[in-house]
Ligand binder design. Sequence first.
Ligand SMILES: [Zn+2]
Ligand SMILES: [Zn+2]
Length: 357
Amino acid sequence: MSPSTTTKTKTLLGRRTRAPKPLSRHPFGDDDTYSGDDCYDDLRCERCGSGDSGDELLLCDKCDRGYHLFCLRPVLVSVPKGSWFCPPCTKRRQLKSFPLVQTKIIDFFRIQTTKETGQKSIHDTHKKRKRSSSLVVSKKKRKLLPFNPCEDPIRRLKQMASLATALTATGAEFSNELTYMPGMAQRSANRAAFEQGGMQVLPKEDVETLNLCKSMMERGEWPPLMVVFDPQEGFTVEADRFIKDLTIITEYTGDVDYLKNREHDDGDSMMTLLSASNPSRSLVICPDKHSNIARFINGINNHTPEGKKKQNLKCVRFDVGGECRVLLVANRDISKGERLYYDYNGHEHEYPTEHFV
Ligand SMILES: [Zn+2]
Ligand SMILES: [Zn+2]
């Protein structure tokens, strides 16, 4: 090694030691509670209280508290490669409220500002299905309902601003549809026919209801949902008016990718889209860059009976026109102000079971 090289290296090393630890426990300032590597023996998960499954117990890089991968809501598929911050630490950053300015909100959500069409109750427009499909034997048909927007436009604006605030804080752009980005899975990869064991086909009239929900949102007829910030839960979603059982709350949207490409992903909100018989065809929804309100709806703690009681949504995957789609639907009447929760683990072939307890 030449002397000059040695000097250079020394300088670099010197800089490195003076520099704050990159990203880990620095960016959010305030209390630095890092306590070294010694006291991890009695480490417990903040969610379930158990210290079991240590290899799946994730440590927050700021507060050093533990969380099981499978206790996080949404579940983390694997230990993140880089720094990881627990939900309370992530949300401790200063929240910048999205301006309650109509033009800005219209812009953010790309609302189509055509004259309001007299949107009549569509509840009665469903035609009776006369031709029953030979494959689907419907017993008691339970039709999905479209959400029912608040009448007050200012209130709707506040609901939209609350979502814009949360999306902006998480660095995501609004998209109410699944997105297919270059370099990720293509739309042609999303084939419900690949689903192991088959996928439930969304009945035609429910497809119409889903499409109605989408077009209402495009017009700014927003679902009655408010994104609020809770120091414990982080962002969470509340019903802003009474919501009837079987109401479509939202589709789960985001960038579609192959699960195999995401096995080491930091994304904390991956959602299974397609659980294929051939695992290399399995798809997930990654809502980090594009998403809607779905990613802010929390999961129940399904380790406790109290958690079960909170559940008021179900998350269901459907075959819609041959493609997989994920819907969040009310599974009971929800009163105004109630927080929305679904069971992340509750439905078969929803999530890779190796991550379950
Ligand atoms: Zn746990
Ligand atoms: Zn933390």
